[in-house]
Design a protein around this ligand. Sequence first.
Ligand code: FAD
Length: 388
Amino acid sequence: MNAMNFIEPEERIALRKAVAELGAKYGHEYYARKARADEKTHELWDEAGRLGYLGVNIPEEYGGGGAGIADLAAVLEELAAAGSPLLLMVVSPAICGTVISRFGTEEQKKQWLPGIADGTKRMVFAITEPDAGSNSHRITTTARRDSGGWVLNGRKVYISGVDEADAVLVVGRTEDAKTGKLKPALFILPSGTPGFEYTKIPMDIVAPEDQFSLFLDDVHLPAEALVGEEDAAIAQLFAGLNPERIMGASFSLGIARYALAKAVGYANERQVWGAPIGTHQGLAHPLAEIKIELELAKLMTQKAASLYDSGDDFGAGESANMAKYAAAEVAIRATDQAVQTHGGNGLATEYGLGTLVTAVRLGRIAPVSREMVLNFVGQHSLGLPKSY
Ligand SMILES: Cc1cc2nc3c(=O)[nH]c(=O)nc-3n(C[C@H](O)[C@H](O)[C@H](O)COP(=O)(O)OP(=O)(O)OC[C@H]3O[C@@H](n4cnc5c(N)ncnc54)[C@H](O)[C@@H]3O)c2cc1C
């Protein structure tokens, strides 16, 4: 009888260990200090890039590690578990790296993948628009053909890391000159292109990455800016969505592990009734529940990554959505319970938990909201009528 293999390959276990060591060298104190000073975690990003961790999923011929999204997800989870959840890993190597590797032209691969792999280039991802929101079908950023190239007009919101990016992968629509019909298409928009401006959105998240509104006003791009085939853009977009969700799950899982470890450490030490507070089941049971929910969410994330890496985009979709949902929920619970376990100390800067309270809430909203995941599961997994 064949047993399913629930043990990660040796290489990934070794990768996790090495990344955890790098994460520990920096620690949450570094991450929080940078975030509060409105600075970036470039030292950690650059070192992770030099060591090859940011590009494990990029094909070897373009400077990457030639492994899968499961390995990249392990890198993000370990860094987050060490207190440094690097949000831009979700967009640069996972979404942009995947879409360009799978659908980009040879020129685009040569120009962008080696830099994305070693961290010297960052590409961010822009789909969300103010008037479309969760309904991506309503996006209005439009690409018009113009003397062999493209002219883009539109607006995007909540785009992460634009100030530190070399380019933005923009999801727009082409305006078909003959029929006037609009089709989705992806464009690589280099930073500094005339007509492309952005402003920072003040956020209540303590994180080194910032969020931006984008304004595209008659932005001229060459024909080569279009990623892959114009008619295959839907497939290209979907190819990026599963890695995005799997990485979103790993971001949350890492933070959940960080918070749970802090809570357990404190519950074993702190005494107010002559025994460690972890003796009280009122504190021990919630932590035990979180441990169970964390392991379940991790298992689903590994299933999603494994299906994705085996080429099963469809099967990965359901698990990636479920993993993102479960990981976000356990991260919120773990962080909240870790604060509670610490009592007043839970909100003191020194204990490094308050920083993550809003960061984990992000997992319930982005890259796809809890409600949109539930819509997906209701409709596709359960066969219920579409609700919207
Ligand atoms: C910190 C941060 C970073 C982000 N980074 C990026 C990025 O790099 N690139 C990018 O493109 N986007 C990014 N986003 C945007 C993010 O993906 C969106 O905020 C998210 O998809 C939700 O869209 P919305 O904000 O427009 O909410 P809306 O679509 O307006 O939804 C508002 C509420 O209504 C609910 N809702 C909407 N439709 C339905 C429905 N049919 N059924 C039930 N409930 C529904 C939603 O779940 C939500 O609770 C980021 C957002 C944040 C906060």
